[in-house]
Write a protein that binds this ligand. Structure first.
Ligand code: M6R
Length: 615
């Protein structure tokens, strides 16, 4: 959840770390810090709050030095404060450590180190690593004064998840990095090299990285990078070339990343379809799954698993997998999947879904399902992420970098990928009417154009937002394949505007939530045409009868439904099974504009982080 950047070369390490941290600030933004080595001493600067405070601090008093490590923090152990922010420094003041992850046994290590005379300044788990590294740096048998050896020895004492960047005042020519279960890359330059928890942080500097695996350690100098395992065996690694341009993670004239990413959806949809579907009369092609046609035909169950927005996409996947491919399907919150210890029968396919590919709960669910014998084909955005590397197959959604904490384009493309997967399985298994599959494929090919049309209507959504944004409570209702749309609409609104929002099946209204209906609570009803259309009319009337204002998401030209609602957001009519793609965009815009009108910090909502790398 935290962000790490490090640099060794001939330029200002603090400036390069700061620029990288700005690109990582979406991961956490409670506090930040940078340490450099200069004239044989560590120089550490920390600020509480956003990185703007670090900009100001470095502008006032620069931090010279050509080797350094930086960190943005999302607090797990200890509140945001100067003492708790990284880098943490060993007791002798010579070793500085930045960390992403959680050291599970830090309590017992802390007690041991205290008994050995080490004093702690913070409440963090990370500080134990600074002291352990000092301990082993001073006393590693056969190798005192060897930073890499000390780090390797220290991590053997740790349980939990970590990516570390470590420097030592005694050695201004070495940066050491190591990981277990937390993402880490080493960026490759000419006479300079980098580390980062996310390749986006250093993409402006280089497009070549080594992706570091669990229990691998990198010794980084200005001249090169040595990769070894924890036993010291050298490792050969092909450099990975980052597949998106250096400016892909810039705002491009938009006020917020979220807004930019909502507007990128037409092009991202085209990228997602490219090479997979170009003609509705041809079977679609889905590479990367690593499943034979016989394996697809033999499937007895599909289990989707994910968190947050990706979970909502998984719910659409579950619906379509049963509807089209006729395979019994489940969708579990990743944090719950392991908790319920599921029974996994033969021929079960697990489909973890994740934008980042680093979400700890989803990674743990994947491992658990693999242990139970399930094959795992993941639906991911970030290439070569941890989940990608542990999966049997991967289908990439091709969304490009997503920076805004509120996931938008990733949701649409996860849904599009789920739809492609369900159609593909239905084609291979022969389980759906070919005319229906043709209709859905044609509709998918039209989707980028519909997305463009929906974005042109942004001002209409803004007008609806202006009417309701001062209310503090809302319900989002949907049914069938659009129940996940309602749940996702509610999540989007609550996480960036802080308006209380509940996503519910409209069918559940009468079983409790209708008690909340009153003029101060607005309802957003996803009421496009399809099997559940008439039932949605009934639900809207029940709300209107209780003086609840209703915003309807309605097909173009549907005056009957339009008359039922206090405000309408119109969407182009498409086949019901692909309508979660058209309803997503206006719901994202509604959340965005309500939050903007309320003056909230849309790209960095309180308490959240883009990538949740702790369970
Ligand atoms: O990177 P992932 O897709 O695995 O992330 C899952 C959730 O943490 C994420 O979707 C989260 O719910 C977003 N803040 C939603 O906008």
């Amino acid at each position: 959840m935290c962000g790490i950047v490090g640099y060794i070369g001939s330029r200002s390490a603090a400036q390069i770390c700061l620029e990288g941290l700005h690109r990582l600030e979406y991961r956490g933004y409670d506090s930040a810090g940078i340490a450099v080595v200069r004239d044989g001493e560590l120089d550490v600067r920390k600020v509480v709050g956003k990185l703007l405070n670090m900009d100001a601090s470095l502008a006032e008093t620069p931090l010279p030095g050509t080797i350094g490590i930086g960190h943005t923090r999302w607090a797990t152990h200890g509140k945001p404060s100067l003492d708790n922010s990284h880098p943490h420094v060993s007791m002798n003041g010579r070793i500085a450590v930045v960390h992403n992850g959680i050291i599970e046994n830090y309590g017992e290590l802390r007690e041991q180190l205290k008994a050995e005379g080490y004093e702690f300044k913070s409440q963090t788990d990370t500080e134990v690593m600074a002291h352990l590294t000092q301990k082993y740096y001073e006393g590693t048998p056969g190798a005192p004064g060897d930073l890499r050896a000390a780090v390797v020895r220290a991590v053997q004492d740790l349980r939990g998840a970590f990516a570390f960047g470590i420097i030592c005042a005694d050695n201004p020519d070495q940066l050491v990095a190591v990981r277990r279960f937390s993402p880490l890359v080493v960026g490759l330059g000419e006479g300079e090299n980098y580390i980062a928890s996310d390749m986006g942080a250093i993409r402006k500097e280089t497009d070549k990285v080594y992706v570091i695996d669990d229990d691998e350690v990198a010794l980084i100098t200005r001249e090169g990078v040595e990769l070894t395992d924890l036993d010291g065996n050298p490792l050969q690694r092909e450099a990975f070339v980052i597949p998106w341009p250096a400016d892909a993670a810039e705002k491009g004239g938009h006020k917020k990343f979220m807004h930019k990413e909502i507007h990128e959806q037409p092009d991202a949809m085209r990228a997602c379809l490219a090479g997979r579907l170009s003609d509705p009369d041809q079977p679609l092609v889905l590479e990367g799954m690593n499943l034979t046609p016989d394996e697809i035909r033999g499937l007895h169950k599909v289990v989707f698993t994910a968190c947050g927005t990706a979970y909502h996409a998984g719910l659409v996947g579950r619906f379509l997998m049963e509807y089209l491919a006729k395979i019994p399907a489940e969708c579990d919150l990743a944090a719950e999947l392991r908790a319920r210890n599921p029974v996994v029968l033969d021929d079960t396919l697990c489909v973890p879904i994740s934008q980042s590919g680093e979400t700890a709960d989803t990674l743990v669910a994947l491992r658990d399902m693999k242990d139970k014998g399930s094959k795992c084909v993941s639906v991911l955005n970030v290439v070569d992420s941890s989940i990608a590397r542990e999966s049997d197959g991967v289908v990439y959604i091709q969304a490009g970098p997503e920076i805004g904490v509120a996931s938008t384009k990733a949701f649409s493309l996860q849904v599009m990928t789920m739809t492609l997967m369900a159609i593909h399985f239905a084609e291979v298994r022969g389980t759906a009417d070919p005319a229906l599959l043709r209709e859905l494929k044609a509709a998918l090919l039209e989707m980028p154009r519909h997305a463009e049309e929906l974005l042109k209507r942004e001002d209409d959504v803004l007008a609806v937002a202006q009417k309701f944004y001062q209310l503090d409570d809302s319900l989002f209702l949907g049914r069938g394949v659009n129940l996940p749309s309602a749940m996702e609409g509610a999540l989007k609104l609550k996480e960036i505007s802080y308006i209380h929002a509940e996503g519910y099946s409209a069918g559940e209204m009468k079983h409790g939530p209708i008690a909340l209906v009153c003029p101060e609570l607005f309802t957003v009803a996803v009421a496009v045409h399809g099997d559940v259309y008439e039932k949605m009319i009934g639900n809207i009337q029940e709300i209107k009868a209780r003086s609840g204002p209703v915003i309807g998401l309605i097909d173009d030209g549907d005056s009957l439904m339009g008359e039922q609602c206090d405000a309408a957001i119109w969407v182009p009519q498409v086949p019901e099974m692909v309508s979660p793609l058209t309803t997503a965009i206006p719901l994202q815009l509604l959340a965005y504009h309500m939050a903007d009108l309320r003056g909230e910090d849309i790209d960095q909502p309180r308490n959240l982080a883009k990538t949740v790398t702790v369970e």
